[in-house]
Design a binder for this molecule. Sequence first.
Ligand SMILES: [Zn+2]
Length: 329
Amino acid sequence: MTLYADLHRHLGGALHPRIIYKFLQRRDHQVLSYFPDYDGFYNWFTRPCRTLEEFVKIHSLVEELQSLEHLPYFCLRLCRGAYTFENLGYLELRYNPFFRTDHKQSNDKRVGQMNEIVEVISANLRPSEYPITVKQILCFDRRLPTELNEAILKVAQDNIGPVVGVDLAGPEINTEKTEDWIRLMAKARASGLKTTCHLGETSIDNVDPRYFPTLDRIGHGIHIPLSRPEMLKELAKRQITLEVCPTSYRQTGVLKDFAQLKSVFARCKEAGVAIAICTDNPGRNPAPCTLPGEYERLIDHDVIDFHQLKELQAEAFRSAFGFVGAARV
Ligand SMILES: [Zn+2]
């Protein structure tokens, strides 16, 4: 069996809508008053959004469900699905530990709970029946004050091993804080963590080259080859990999057509910038929402050919933060 690696998947968007719906039913959750049947929920949950902000709002609902006591339930199911239906041998799962703490508590208490969140997730990402390796990336968030993002960094540093890296996520806002975030990335790197950052997803506006010396990968970054291809030279020099998540750009209203990704792949190849094909939030995409599904869509729309696909699949293992060994593709 050929095994694949996915480097960009959010815990909040990793689960099939059926799993979320069943969970809501078991809890008799109030949101079900809007969705008496699964089809209605599915259509709402997987519908394309006009903007990234709109997309992130639904994400927040799932984050609240993934509280400490329910994390084992979700972790087992996502490992099972990734191994069984997607042939994933290696997965990097990213999430914001703060958003999964108890919302009714004070910020101080919530900061204290973050370590427990990471420990519970670490303990539940190794199901014996499904031999998938899952490593964690902790996300800072552009909406959080600097001291909370600093606290997330501390939790990442205290859990190096299961946690392999950090990311900056959330809507592409507050660019005046760019220097703070770059400092966080540099600190993370100095302590042995790898770094990635959501940049250049909806536009080129938040892509600041000062990030580049602190990054190992960029989440999306598709607007670099599309709008500022001259920046690719520096990405190649620094061996920064782009994590490209095709269906996401349709779901967040960034691209109308997969064919628009042709120039992303062609320009990166020409400049020597590596790409890893990833899924981002597969549970939020219309079925089949899998990594092999993303491969097929890229081939189907003539974005890449089979030869390139092999190279890209190998690149995902090579650009992984916590994979030791040769690519098994
Ligand atoms: Zn993402």
